[in-house]
Design a protein around this ligand. Sequence first.
Ligand SMILES: [Zn+2]
Length: 58
Amino acid sequence: MTTPPSSTPGSGSSNRERISCPGCGRHDWVTWPAAAATFHWKCFNCEKQFDLARGGRH
Ligand SMILES: [Zn+2]
């Protein structure tokens, strides 16, 4: 009776993070690499680009 937790979904090299655009406030879900402290993101709404920081919520 061995159940090795070999395949754990979500524990890969990236995570789904909810972000909001600093420019227009648009919310979106992005695939944020787990090793990255910041995420370079281009807003599809206002077409501005940002370097978002993880955990930037109050
Ligand atoms: Zn925007």
